[in-house]
Ligand binder design. Structure first.
Ligand SMILES: C[S@@+](CC[C@H](N)C(=O)[O-])C[C@H]1O[C@@H](n2cnc3c(N)ncnc32)[C@H](O)[C@@H]1O
Length: 277
């Protein structure tokens, strides 16, 4: 296992959002897990900034509709995979690195009866287990920041897309180079790789053959969302401490506080890129 893989898996194995925690919450609120509907998961399973509304924005950018063949790179617990299958009638395959998250995502998908149009497979987005020119759209949310060779992952998106297919993703960016201590903290706490500016990201996407349609700076939008997310993680950490379930490791909490601070200072930020093959 490479350093990047083991650091990412270490982080996500301890992440405060897990299938175990989601099932626990649902059992507590509804008494059992029978006849779960996909929309009952949505308040819990979206591991990106801005919830369902931003996924709708990505779906618009990627022109996803009924029957679209979609790949979600770095699918996590499969929140986006299930939402796109359920709301848009797309056929969606999520690619996810962390084995525990793949197992959790598959169980969540099966429980809500979406496993005929939504699936999560174990894999690395730098070497995607999908055939050439098989997809209408590739999406990804706040995950390429963990990938050591983003050009390779974007190249894989290009390979699996049909001609005219779209890539739509959000990710972290650096408005200015991070101080060494901050870069180290982001790596130790959240497995974050070196980041790039919006201009460099645009060039990277174009360098594999895409035409970029839009590259939108999300930094202002992320400011209040991330403050709220930090408060949510702090609540989850306290609940997990009381319940004896995984609560995220200390370096994660320390680096998240700094991350939110760096966003408010506009040193770090976010971008949404939409591109066509
Ligand atoms: C922030 S979560 C995003 C989850 C999902 N996109 C969502 O919005 O709910 C990032 C996910 O990327 C996965 N990941 C990181 N590096 C990866 C790689 N090289 N290949 C596939 N998945 C990866 C992690 O295991 C983690 O589950």
């Amino acid at each position: 296992m490479s350093d990047a893989t083991s650091q990412t898996v270490y982080f996500y194995d301890r992440h405060p959002i897990s299938s175990e925690i989601i099932f626990k919450k649902l059992r507590a609120s509804r008494g059992h897990l029978d006849d779960l509907r996909p929309e009952e998961l949505f308040p819990h399973d979206q591991d990106h900034y801005g919830g369902l509304a931003v996924t709708d924005e990505l779906a618009r950018g990627a022109q996803i509709g009924a029957g679209s063949q979609v790949a979600d790179f770095c699918a996590g617990l499969g929140g986006t995979v299930r939402y796109l299958a359920h709301k848009y009638g797309a056929d969606v395959t999520g690619i996810e690195l962390t084995p525990a998250r793949v197992a959790g995502a598959q169980e969540l998908t099966r429980r809500v009866g979406l496993d005929h149009t939504a699936r999560i497979v174990e894999g690395n987005v730098m070497d995607v287990p999908l055939p050439d020119a098989s997809m209408d759209a590739v999406v990804s949310q706040e995950a390429f920041c963990h990938v050591p060779d983003v050009k390779k992952a974007v190249g894989e998106a290009f390979r699996v897309l049909k001609t005219g297919g779209r890539l739509a993703f959000t990710d972290w960016i650096a408005h200015q180079p991070l101080a060494t201590a901050d870069a180290q903290l982001m790596w130790e706490g959240m497995a974050i790789q070196p980041l790039r500016s919006i201009a460099d990201y645009r060039s990277l996407v174009e360098s594999v053959g895409f035409k970029v349609i839009s590259a939108q700076d999300l930094t202002e939008e992320w400011g209040p969302i991330l403050k709220e997310r930090l408060a949510m993680y702090q609540r989850l950490r306290e609940e997990a401490r009381q319940a004896g379930t995984p609560m995220g490791h200390d370096a994660f909490h320390e680096s998240y506080i700094r991350f939110v601070d760096l966003i408010q200072q506009r040193k770090l930020g976010g971008v949404r890129i939409v591109a066509v093959k």
